[in-house]
Design a protein around this ligand. Structure first.
Ligand code: TYM
Length: 353
């Protein structure tokens, strides 16, 4: 089987201010992976427009999410940071994948069903084909590892299915072009840590999400200390004290969620958090949790504000990232064209590409 060098790819949509779910479910792992891997982190603006975005707001959100990436600790020298629309290979490869993926596969996607809701006929075609674009994001770089939250698991499975089908459908051409028995790797989802699914602070059965009408349901990375403390104070809980072991969190989704958030913020396991707070009431645990959150998130918010005052710097990071990303993705996309049989022509006297 063809071996692929390890490479990390992941992305977030610039549709909103990032929240604690994005941070703990994905970003914390993104930062850690910079130490061991070559990483590509994308602001997925083409995904954002699958639902209508006000153009002026979208431009601002792309810069704000980039500022959040940098403020959280992504290093633009070590990692490639860019916005998706600036690297043409994403949209091009997505089209090829629209022709590889099967309708039946997409029909099973739960996130489309949730997002489209009852008014399915009125959802954009882009929203339906969204997971194909996501597969293209990853495979345009032959990325092997994809750190995400739990909610992206099904999309990652689809990306693997698409890679596998492409490798099978075009096996003869892949071999003929010298790519061995696989053109694309099967990317591995990396869903790790104590907070892979951060839940709403108002309802332990719903995921923390940008689309929840209540701002009290989520901690935004831009929230100040007062807002953070107020949101944890108002967070729904049950009347029992904290148990001494994780088994005691079963059937207590709100308690489980807050313990998971604490563990992820402190870099601890849930077990060790419970050893520390065994028997504590929420009146003790919640202030400790908000102090920890303020300590971790306060500097991020401050750094984001500072960066947002310097949009030129942010745009420079994105432009540099797009150039470096294109340098990887364009040659792969050219090879895809060869494998699929899309004749590449070069006008006499002009350079290829
Ligand atoms: P998005 O923008 O919805 O979320 C970005 C990342 O945050 C994670 N996440 C959560 N993790 C834990 N608890 C939560 N409540 C929570 N909410 C969000 C998500 O799992 C994600 O990792 N389709 C993707 C973006 C994307 C992408 C890609 C990801 C586009 N192309 C290629 C990886 C690889 C999305 O909408 O994420």
């Amino acid at each position: 089987m063809t071996q692929f060098p390890e490479r990390v790819f992941s992305g977030m949509q610039p549709t909103h201010t990032l929240h604690l779910g994005n941070y703990l479910g994905a970003m914390v792992n993104w930062i850690a992976m910079q130490e061991t891997h070559s990483c590509i982190y994308c602001v997925v603006d083409l995904h954002a427009i699958t639902v209508f975005q006000d153009p002026g707001e979208l431009v601002g959100n792309i810069r704000q999410v980039t500022a959040a990436y940098l403020a959280c600790g992504l290093d633009p020298k070590r990692s490639i940071i860019f916005n998706q629309s600036q690297v043409h290979a994403h949209a091009e490869l997505a089209w090829v994948f629209n022709c590889v993926a099967r309708l039946g596969w997409l029909n099973r996607m739960t996130q489309f069903k949730e997002k489209a809701g009852k008014d399915r006929e009125n959802a954009s075609v882009g929203l339906y084909a969204y997971p194909n674009l996501m597969a293209a994001d990853i495979l345009a770089y032959r990325a092997t590892h994809v750190p995400v939250g739990e909610d992206q698991k099904q999309h990652l499975e689809l990306a693997r299915d698409i890679a596998q089908k492409f490798n099978n459908d075009f096996a003869a051409a892949i071999a003929a072009h010298g790519h061995g028995d696989a053109f694309f790797p099967l990317p591995e989802p990396m869903i790790t840590g104590p907070a892979t699914r951060v839940m709403s602070l108002r309802d332990g059965s719903k995921k923390m999400s940008k689309s929840d009408a209540s701002d009290l349901s989520r901690i935004n990375l831009t929230d100040d200390a007062e807002a953070i403390a107020q949101k944890f104070r108002k967070a729904r809980t049950d009347p029992e004290p904290l148990p001494s072991e994780t088994a005691g969190l079963a059937g207590r989704p709100e308690a489980d969620n807050l313990v998971g958030i604490y563990a992820a913020l402190a870099g601890m396991t849930k077990e060790s958090v419970l050893r520390e707070f065994s028997g504590a009431q929420f009146s003790t645990f919640k202030p400790a949790l908000s102090d920890l959150a303020v300590e971790r998130l306060g500097p991020i918010a401050a750094e984001m504000r500072r960066m947002m005052d310097d949009p030129g710097y942010i745009d420079g990071v994105l432009a540099d990232g797009a150039e470096r990303a294109s340098a990887i993705a364009v040659p792969i996309m050219d090879e895809v064209k060869d494998v699929v049989g899309l004749l590449r022509t070069v006008r006499a006297g002009l350079p290829a590409g």
